[in-house]
Design a protein around this ligand. Structure first.
Ligand code: SF4
Length: 298
């Protein structure tokens, strides 16, 4: 059977930076407007108490120490010339003073092995001063911005308590791209009430939005989330491995080759992951992906 091709991030980064690139997850002292009452309370229904940053280091450590911890943890598994993208992952990393984030980006850039930063945030947290700062940082080393869009459908966005409009995403992507800043968009397949057609509509919309990259993940049920309650009440179910990757395959066929796929599926934090259980065996998921999909140009 012919494998479905995709433009993978590993190849893209190797071509761009001349070496293998890993992400070093960083936590900053920020929260989220969807948790502190500014936009909502309780957060998105799938979001854990760690603000989707369970793989990051503790936020009380300096940026340099967090990067060094990540490098030490990977040291024996990666080639000597590996470089790192400092990934400001937990919560909403532009939900702060511009000067605070600028200082943290400068600290990351000053690390010899850091080749870029990637900043997870929301499209409704990017005032013009923040975009100007990111634009000037982007002239020192590449800056990428990651949005957890998850879906373009407003009824689903309401149900998951996303608390911003898809039009705000469209405007933010356009503003960042006009400054030459790369955008990576996250989509979840299997959100409650969504049909396959709706999921693929989200993919088509994102493909037209101007995003530079995309991350797919299946819906995870994590302990302590609102989604856990819905799942225990029988209101939510999760996708099987094959049904999830059937949707991924259709999504990849929609994407033009210049959109980089940074993730075909996520990697839920095992300590709080309830379902889908098939995602817990990472090696078998990787083998399945390699058997079904092909990195473009390999
Ligand atoms: S916007 Fe991000 S950090 Fe905030 S609640 Fe939603 S997923 Fe969590």
């Amino acid at each position: 059977m012919t494998k479905t091709e995709y433009s993978d991030a590993g190849t893209y980064f190797r071509n761009r930076f001349g070496s293998k690139v890993y992400k070093a997850a960083i936590s900053l002292d920020v929260t989220c407007p969807n948790r502190d009452g500014t936009k909502g309370t309780g957060g998105c229904i799938f979001c854990s108490l760690g603000g989707s940053g369970e793989f990051s280091s503790p936020k009380n450590k300096s940026v340099k120490d967090q990067i060094d911890s990540c490098i030490s943890a990977l040291a024996r598994k990666v080639p000597d010339n590996t470089r790192y993208i400092a990934y400001f992952q937990s919560f909403t990393n532009t939900y702060c003073e511009v000067s605070y984030l600028e200082e943290k980006i400068r600290q990351a850039f000053s690390h010899d092995l850091v080749c870029a930063v990637s900043i997870a945030t929301r499209p409704d947290c990017l005032p013009s001063g923040m975009i100007s700062m990111l634009s000037s940082m982007n002239r020192i080393k590449p800056v990428m911005v990651e949005f957890g869009l998850q879906t373009i459908h407003e009824e689903t966005a309401d149900l998951i308590n996303r608390c911003y409009k898809t039009s705000e995403y469209d405007e933010a992507v356009s503003a960042l791209r006009s400054e030459g800043i790369e955008v990576i968009t996250h989509l979840i397949f299997g959100l409650p009430g969504e049909t396959e057609e709706m999921m693929l509509e989200s993919v088509s919309h994102v493909a037209r939005s101007g995003t530079s990259g995309i991350k797919f993940t299946c819906l995870y049920i994590l302990k302590g989330t609102e989604l856990e309650k819905m799942w225990r009440d029988g209101k939510v179910s999760v996708l099987t491995r094959d049904s999830y990757f059937d949707i991924v395959e259709k999504a990849l066929k929609i994407l033009p080759p210049d959109i980089i796929v940074h993730r075909l599926t996520g990697d839920g934090p095992k300590s709080i992951l309830l379902e889908p259980s098939w995602t817990k065996d990472k090696r078998s998921v990787v083998n399945y992906i390699n058997g079904r999909f092909k990195k473009r140009g390999t």
